[in-house]
Write a protein that binds this ligand. Sequence first.
Ligand code: COA
Length: 257
Amino acid sequence: MTDHVKTECDAGILTVTLSRADKKNALTNAMYGALADALGRAESDPAIRVVLLQGEGDSFTAGNDLSDFSAQSRGEHQGERHVLRFLNALASATRPLVAAVQGNAVGVGTTMLLHCDLVYVADSARLSTPFVNLALVPEAASSLLMPARIGYARAFAMFALGEVIDGAGAAALGLANAVVPSAELHARARAAAVALSRRPLGALAATKRLMRDAAVIGGQMDREGVIFQERLKSAEAREAFAAFAERRQPDFSKLAG
Ligand code: COA
């Protein structure tokens, strides 16, 4: 159980709100569990027709909690890793997913958007996937979906150089449907969710199935997951997490790889 993810169901829309603003909505294992549960509920509850994902505060999410990564890197994490449940639920969701993104959307904060069907970003949005800076590799099938969406060169710059895409850039590249003033973000995303909630659910689900090959996406996630786990335990990753905790630049120069 966590208070850091709030859910509310109203008029066929399940609104899922990340609520850990003091940590930029960084995602803990418990939060992934709550997100996976919410998506599972959306699949099984006929009253839910659309899921709306949003975050409190000035950031959508700063991605995976880096202290959790650090603990996993040292082999200290025990129990189920709910992130896998969450990623699988995202990839297999039959309900349309709408996202409202303000401020930072780091790592999975951006890669989860590739699984959403409509994405609205505020002009404050800053999308980034700095996996290589953290000595990690892309996840959530983003190694497949990101180059397919924005082209190899831009995707590689995001993954390897940590290139940040702003709100206007996200809309121009097709990572988002529209960029809107921050004050209008939640209303705009909500209006899109309401519009979807009035569409025939069977036709929406069938359209998603045609547009997204769940088996291919799941297979890529599995391949990424194996390498991600290896990289997470590397000396490079331990250096990257220590540097974040100590608020310094990492030094990879003496590490062989
Ligand atoms: N995991 C854990 N804590 C995080 C976090 C994360 N991913 N991102 C931010 N936080 C915490 C900070 O440690 C800080 O905590 P503190 O107030 O107790 O010191 C708080 O959230 C605010 O973050 P701060 O860095 O001071 O905010 P900022 O506005 O200067 O920068 C970010 C925001 C998102 C750019 C920056 O926090 C960042 O780069 N975070 C790491 C993102 C990341 O690499 N995620 C993993 C991707 S795979």
